[in-house]
Design a protein around this ligand. Structure first.
Ligand SMILES: [Zn+2]
Length: 500
């Protein structure tokens, strides 16, 4: 069975055709020379590109945000409480929500447990702050987490950070029933397909979503046509993290293996204190030895290791660990594993050089910079203007030869692959953005590369998996990129199958 996509614009060339067979690109050339095919799809000049890869996704949470309570647009505490009230009235079971951000609220404070209890009564409720590294929980949910009051990050007002937050989040997602969870995962995969995303990297872990959640997602992706799911499991090798990687055939032992938190919650680990809270520099979650052990175990097993690192102190700790393992096992062994880091938002030139030398991939989220970067955003508030301006140095990373992959970290920011590409180009700090084609490459090929699954000749070559997106535009790719357009996805192929 062969499929010919003909009269397509590929890159900047109209009048092209692509033949797909056996899930792969079998032929690529001028439409007039196209081989005979069993099926022909004439696209009237539509732009054809490799499908996007979103390299950092939390499918269940993103789906719960799509199908559930979304507080991103609440402009005041009052409005947020009203939205929660409406949701509570219309639903049963655990109340899950995300997206509240008190920084612009006239009340000058965020949601508390008392606010929530007044609305949800005895129902468990968990509402993540916009950065998802802190949250507020209702008393009924907190009651399900024995010992939570003794954990770091606990606060009697129900605003939780650090370990207290992780424990409560685990309880919250544990309370989602299987039907609710499957519907959420399906919503995410459908939304991804509608946006031309052919692959998502699911960042699972014991504190994020659980093994059952990940196994369910992989099963769902396998049993129906839709985006591919490449799974990551964020648990230290010393705590059995590699077992699940093997069992479920995951792409790596990392992802959201949290070395620190996030800027918004003052939990990203910095080498110097926060500008707006000089008493804290955030917190490191692991001992250096834990990280060395993880990187060593992964490297010995030929498995990709990875970590969530946001602050410069967290990055320094990881780099020290990779360096130690490189010295012990050799540079080639480390490079072969292509270890990867999520976020890497504070990286100085010396660290950039080490990432490049050790072949470590940077999985970055340009929408973070668009939302919080620049001289007046939340990062500037937290870090001061100087440090904020230096965050997410995409151009510097790319120029040094560090491989980049773009992602959304949905539900932290919505699935929006074109938006991510444009945000990577239009960096809030002049000079720090990527060139348009490099940004597009990081959002497509970069994702395959980051999971060690790339085709050597790139995503649009004979032999490459036929993961292709056809767009509602006849403009060239250059024109789409130059115009910052976000064309709608007309058709998505994954492994040569038309999935929408
Ligand atoms: Zn994440």
């Amino acid at each position: 069975m062969t499929l010919l996509l003909t009269d397509v614009t590929v890159g900047d060339r109209p009048g092209r055709a692509v033949q797909v067979a056996g899930g792969r690109i079998a032929w690529l050339g001028d439409a007039v020379d196209a081989p005979r095919s069993d099926r022909v799809l004439a696209a009237e000049g539509a732009l054809l590109t490799p499908a996007f890869v979103d390299a950092h996704v939390h499918a269940t949470a993103a789906g719960l945000a799509l199908t559930g309570l979304d507080l991103h647009s609440s402009v005041s505490l009052r409005e947020a409480v009203e939205t929660v009230t409406g949701h509570v009235t219309a639903t049963r079971g655990i109340v899950l929500g995300t997206g509240w951000d008190e920084t612009g609220w006239p009340e000058g404070r965020g949601l508390t447990r008392a606010d929530l209890d007044a609305v949800v009564g005895d129902r468990p409720a968990y509402l993540a702050r916009v950065d998802v590294h802190s949250a507020v929980a209702s008393t009924a949910l907190l009651d399900r987490v024995p010992g939570v009051t003794a954990l770091p990050g606990w606060s009697p007002d129900g605003q939780l950070r650090l370990d207290a937050h992780h424990a409560v989040r685990q309880a919250a997602y544990g309370a989602v029933d299987p039907v609710q969870r499957r519907a959420a995962q399906r919503a995410t995969l459908d939304a991804a397909a509608a946006l031309g995303i052919g692959t998502v990297h699911e960042m699972a872990g014991p504190e994020v979503s659980g093994a059952e959640d990940l196994a369910g997602l992989l099963a769902l992706a396998a049993e129906r046509p839709g985006p591919r799911v490449l799974g990551y499991w964020g648990e230290l090798a010393g705590r059995g993290g590699l077992v699940l990687v093997e069992e479920l055939g995951l792409a790596g032992a990392g992802g959201d293996l949290f070395c620190d938190g996030a800027f918004g919650s003052h939990t990203a680990a910095l080498s110097a204190p926060y500008a707006d809270r000089p008493g804290t520099s955030g917190a490191l979650r692991f001992d250096p030895g834990d990280l060395v052990e993880h990187v060593r175990a992964c490297t010995l097993a030929g498995v990709q290791a990875g970590f969530h690192v946001i602050g410069d102190a967290a990055l320094a700790q990881v780099l020290a660990a990779v360096g130690e393992v490189a010295a012990e096992l050799g540079l080639a062994a480390v490079r072969a594993c292509r270890h990867r880091l999520e976020h890497v938002e504070m990286v100085d030139p010396a660290a950039v050089g080490r990432l490049a030398r050790w072949g470590v991939v940077a999985s970055v989220q340009p929408a973070f910079d668009a939302a919080w970067g620049g001289t007046e955003g939340m990062y500037a508030e937290r870090l001061g203007v100087e440090r904020a301006r230096a965050t997410n140095p995409f151009a510097e990373l790319a120029d040094a030869g560090v491989a980049l992959a773009l992602g959304s970290d949905a539900p932290v920011t919505p699935l929006d692959p074109w938006g991510g590409v444009h945000a990577a180009v239009d960096h809030r700090t002049p000079g720090a953005g990527l060139r348009p084609f490099d940004a597009f490459d990081a959002a497509t090929h970069g994702g395959w590369h980051a999971a060690r699954a790339e085709h050597p000749a790139g995503p649009l070559a004979v032999g490459a998996p036929a993961d292709l997106a056809l767009w509602e535009t006849t403009a060239t790719l250059s024109a789409v990129l130059a115009g910052r357009a976000r064309p709608a996805c007309r058709q998505l192929l994954v492994a040569g199958e038309v999935v929408r």
